[in-house]
Write a protein that binds this ligand. Structure first.
Ligand SMILES: C[S@@+](CC[C@H](N)C(=O)[O-])C[C@H]1O[C@@H](n2cnc3c(N)ncnc32)[C@H](O)[C@@H]1O
Length: 224
């Protein structure tokens, strides 16, 4: 059984001849992509041999369609070999580092899902010749996971708020975004209280910055 997060990732991947799943771990995405006919060939890459062992078990019966390759990031691919790549279940910083390390091997279609630093990942997308074509937000096990479809192309410059919440999510306004923003507001208020109690020399400056941010959040919350 696929979790909601994995189902969303699989749904976001466009039909393509060869898809790479980098940091595949269990390999469940690859199996689903082959099973539902989304792809004829999935290359599963992982830096850990133990992770690939899990993928090997799950891919039993699909050996002709799923290749397993041990290695760092996109190094397991030849340039132009994959039509699309999935990089999911890692931090936004690691995903950006992996893409940066081998830009020539990054396909024109990327499905990216990070568990931290989503703003940094969106920034990487927009500053490296891709645009965010679609995005969904999944709430699972008390965490929020963005699932981003990035396509090669020119992106507009994104505001801090668009980087934080995702320009497409802000437009689509899914119900889950309201919970996400609510949690951001609660966390920011907690930080505000801590600053208020401190005797930092920059207290007033920091409080003003936080209040501005809270106003922006409230503005978005109203529009959802
Ligand atoms: C938490 S799992 C995510 C598995 C799956 N993609 C998902 O979303 O459920 C992260 C996987 O990324 C792999 N990984 C971490 N750094 C990597 C790198 N530089 N290159 C390839 N795989 C990497 C880890 O070994 C691990 O199997």
């Amino acid at each position: 059984m696929l979790s909601n997060r994995l189902k969303t990732i699989v749904r976001m991947v466009p039909r393509a001849q060869t898809i790479a799943d980098i940091g595949c771990d269990h390999g469940k995405v690859a199996v689903a992509l082959v099973k539902n006919g989304r792809s004829q060939h999935v290359i599963c890459g992982d830096i850990s041999g133990k992770s690939l062992d899990k993928a090997r078990k799950n891919a039993k019966g699909f050996e002709e369609s799923i290749s397993l390759r041990e290695g760092n990031g996109l190094e397991v691919l030849a340039a132009g070999e994959a039509d699309a790549a999935v990089l999911a279940g890692m931090g936004g910083e690691l995903i950006s580092d992996i893409l940066n390390a081998n830009k020539d091997k990054a396909p024109d279609t990327l499905v990216l899902s990070c568990n931290t630093a989503s703003g940094l990942l969106r920034q990487w997308i927009c500053e490296n010749g891709y645009r965010i074509a679609d995005e969904e937000l999944v709430f699972e096990n008390r965490h929020f996971y963005p699932v981003i479809l990035a396509l090669k192309g020119q992106s507009e410059k994104l505001s801090d708020i668009a980087l934080e919440f995702g320009p497409v999510l802000l437009e689509k306004k899914p119900k889950v975004l309201r919970y996400f923003i609510k949690r951001r507001i609660d966390k920011t208020k907690e930080i505000r209280q801590q600053i208020e109690k401190s005797d930092s020399s920059k207290k007033m400056e920091l409080l003003n910055q936080i209040d501005e941010r809270l106003e922006e959040y409230a503005g978005i919350e109203k529009c959802l």
